[in-house]
Design a protein around this ligand. Sequence first.
Ligand code: TYM
Length: 338
Amino acid sequence: MQVVSGIQPTGNLHLGNYLGAIRNWVRMQDDIGDNGECLFFLADLHAISLPHDPVQLKQSTLEMTAALVACGVDPSRSVLFNQAQVPAHAEMQWLLNGTARMGWLNRMTQWKDKSGKNREGQSIALFTYPVLQAADVLLYQATHVPVGDDQKQHLELARDIAQKFNTDFASEDAPVFTLPDPYIPPEAARIMSLRDGSAKMSKSDPSDLSRINLTDDADTIMKKVKKAKTDPEPLPSELEGLEDRAEALNLVSIFASLAGISKEQVLVDYGGQGFGAFKPALGELLTESFAPVTARFRELMQDREALDAILAKGAAKARERSAPTLKAAYEALGLVRG
Ligand code: TYM
């Protein structure tokens, strides 16, 4: 098993990132034993596809590193690094640019959403972003990629690129790339905004009330949960009763995912009760789950040198791990490399 995944170091790590991806990173790291290796990275190269502040990016890269370690990513067992220290990512993207098709990228829903009505004004990096993402995983022969639902399409593209490259430039018995599989948690594939049950929880939502951040204290968490948009009905006792109640379904899903129980069980426990009772219970569960992580995060942020050292060590390993596939890709394309 080669487990590979990344997160952009923009803004805070939020509940959607945690339940959709990071918690699975840690589970896979803890379960993998001698069956393979986990590589997790800060997608800092992806972060320059939208307007950004360089000073902020540097700071966020360290903060996200601390956040991942605080969540349980263990740099002594997993390879933890930032893309910018591993030039193979950018190199491999260029090699794959020859294989990726404009039509494939044009179909990416994130490109459509993020570019909006102003496609002509977007950076080329935003358009080719999924090719860099393909490079990220193909470089390490990834088999499993733990992500939230919003990254599924990007991974399908990575598979298409790998397949076309193998067909065009490698023999059937010696493919250059492994086809990666997304690993998406069914119970938390898409955590929605607390303010709008039809939008996903996201770092880029202008309202901080829309998300729970790893760094929020207990009072802030409780305030956000209490302000979360809901409806006047009490919770139903069965799942069918949540149809067309996106906000209520989201809160029940978050509760179930954090408590490690099914949504049905949450409704057995809280069915018939109003949000006046359910919200404080959810707020407490969130606070209990995040408090130790937040404390550890603050501690880690005290020692910047230690964080730099974690990234430097991880990058050295990632450079080593990526070298054979990068070399194979150059050779397959007939490029003479020194
Ligand atoms: P990013 O930084 O937006 O998010 C990091 C991870 O969190 C998941 N996620 C969610 N899951 C459930 N509900 C939500 N509301 C939610 N919001 C975010 C994302 O699916 C992701 O798994 N392009 C990627 C970073 C990346 C990457 C990669 C991932 C770059 N290269 C290679 C996997 C493999 C991104 O912007 O994720």
